[in-house]
Design a protein around this ligand. Sequence first.
Ligand code: NDP
Length: 244
Amino acid sequence: MRNSSQPLIVITGASSGIGLATARLFSSHGHPLLLLARRLEKMQALDLPQTLALSVDVTDRATLAAAVQEGEKRFGPADAIVNNAGVMLLGEITRQDPDQWDRMLDVNVKGVLNGVHAVAAGMVGRKRGSIINISSVAGRKTFANHVAYVGSKFAVHGLSENLREELSAHNVRVTTIAPGAVETELLGHTTDADIKTGYEAWKAGMGGKVLSAEDVARAVHYAYSQPDGVCVREIVLAATRQQA
Ligand code: NDP
C-alpha cells in the first residue's frame, strides 16, 4: 500500500557517504525510501519519514530481492533503485591479497546486478522505472594501484550501458553516475597504509576541495527528476581541481 504521492526509491549502501546523502535528499522531496546496507543502526539513526531500513548484504541476491519485495509491499512499486553500495580496496597488484579482488567484484559488480535483478522485471512490466548505478571516474580511466577496483567500475559502466539499451524499449531508464574523489568512508577500507597516505596527499593537492557526498546526491536526483521521456545516460562529475 502506498502512503505517499511520491513513489518508492531503493538505495543500497545507504548507511554512509553518497548513499546516505542520497537518502536524505530524496526524503526531502517526499519519497518513501527502502534503505539497504549491512549497518542497520546507521540507517535507522537518520530517522527519515516513510522509510524502511533493512540490514542487507548486496552480495546476497535472495535477501536483496526479498527486501525489495518487502519495501514494495509497504510503499508500492519501486520507481528507482540507486545501486550505490561499493568498496574500494586499493592495492599494488603483486602484493594485494586476491581476496580483496573477490570482495570488490562481488560487491561492486555482482551487487549491482543483484539490485538490477530485484527490480528490472517489475519495471519492465510497469513500463516505468529508473536504475541508477554508481560507477566512478575509475570506470572510465585508470589510476595507480586501482587494478581490481578499476576493473569492477569499468564493469559497472559496461553492464549499465548494455542494460540501458536492453531496457529502453520498455521505457525503463538506466543512468551511470561517475564521480571523482568524494569525501566519504570509502578509502578507510583500503589496508595498505602507504597507498592510503598517497591518496590523501592526492586529495590534499586539490586544496582539500574534493566532492561532497551531497554533490553526488544532487546528480542522482537530477537524473531521476527529468521527465519520463528523458534518460540521462551518464553523469561524470569531479572536483574542479581534480586533474586526472
Ligand atoms: P562509503 O564507504 O562511505 O559507503 C559505502 C556504502 O556501501 C556503505 O553504506 C556500506 O554500508 C555499503 N556497503 C559496502 N559493502 C556492502 C555490502 N556488501 N552490502 C551492502 N552494502 C554495502 O563510500 P562512498 O559513499 O564513497 O561509496 C558509494 C559508492 O560511490 C561506491 O560504489 C563507490 O565505489 C562510489 N564512488 C565513490 C567515490 C569516492 O571517492 N568516495 C568516487 C567514485 C565512486 P555497510 O558497510 O553498512 O554495509
